[in-house]
Ligand binder design. Structure first.
Ligand SMILES: O=C[C@H](O)[C@H](O)[C@H](O)COP(=O)(O)O
Length: 266
């Protein structure tokens, strides 16, 4: 007997497209044989978890889900999925995560929510790393769409020294990220500070070089530049369609996806 069509909340515009992008990413990359799944951060990721839950208890009972931070941990727990960690699962089958900006080679800026350290650990631990986001993140060169700079997690006592070094390296505006509704700086899930450092296009065209240079500054814990890690990215567009980009340059635009369709899990 065919399963009843899914009953979903009505969503409009880009939010509907983000859900479609997340569902397509899960259908294409989270297969029944995948047992260890990394769950990333950001506004598209709840739809990833929603689709995984729709795959049903039969596949999900044997799976472990590893979070990139507080948000994804809550998503895993609230959806009744099994919570794991990288200690127990240093190799992950697939990690799906959001992004702040993605270039034509699928390099990404991440860390707008200060999660970049754990996110990169889970991306690196994964056999397959997939990005889901909305069309505003779909660019050619990093920094063209995302103007807040590269998020850099730093040891709390070293931030001032690192900030000066970033300016010397060529950052146009390296600043300590301050909390909102909190006096003082943002403190990450790991107890560190974040510096947001803008660099001009000359640097952003070679994100791998910039990453290596920043990473060598003592006091830097992780840089929100994710280079040569992502295999595919799914973007929800304003018109409700999806754009899918794969490593190697294949781009598919105008993909339509019926979110009321049940996932095929066999
Ligand atoms: O630290 C946060 C992460 O890198 C997020 O994946 C990123 O900021 C995207 O978040 P959003 O989808 O909410 O724009």
């Amino acid at each position: 007997m065919a399963a009843a069509p899914l009953q979903l909340n009505a969503l409009q515009g880009v939010e509907a497209a983000k859900r479609a992008a997340a569902y397509a990413a899960v259908d294409n990359h989270v297969k029944p044989e995948h047992q260890i799944i990394g769950i990333g951060s950001g506004s598209t990721v709840p739809y990833v978890v929603e689709r995984i839950v729709q795959q049903g208890p039969k596949v999900n009972t044997n799976r472990w889900f590893v979070p990139t931070g507080f948000q994804s941990k809550e998503l895993i727990v609230k959806n009744g999925l099994k919570l794991g960690d990288v200690d127990s699962f240093p190799e992950i089958d697939v990690t799906i995560d959001g992004a702040d900006d993605v270039d034509s080679n699928l390099n990404a800026i991440k860390g707008g929510g200060a999660c970049q350290l754990r996110e990169k650990v889970l991306a690196e631990a994964a056999k397959t790393f997939i990005i889901v986001a909305d069309f505003r993140k779909n660019g050619e060169i990093l920094g063209q769409g995302w103007k807040q700079g590269v998020p850099i997690e730093v040891a709390e006592f070293a931030w001032s020294k690192v900030q000066r070094q970033l300016v010397k390296l060529g950052s146009t505006n390296a600043a300590l990220r301050m909390g909102k509704a909190k006096a003082g700086p943002v403190v990450t899930d790991n107890g560190n500070f974040v510096i947001d450092a803008q660099f001009d296009e000359k640097f952003m065209k070679q994100p791998d070089e910039l990453l290596k240079t920043i990473k060598l500054l003592t006091g830097v814990i992780e840089v929100g530049l994710f280079t040569n890690m992502c295999q595919a990215a799914y973007f929800g567009n304003e018109d409700g369609t999806i754009t899918a980009k794969e490593i190697g340059g294949k781009v598919q635009k105008g993909i339509t996806f019926d979110v009321s369709r049940n996932p095929i899990v066999s």
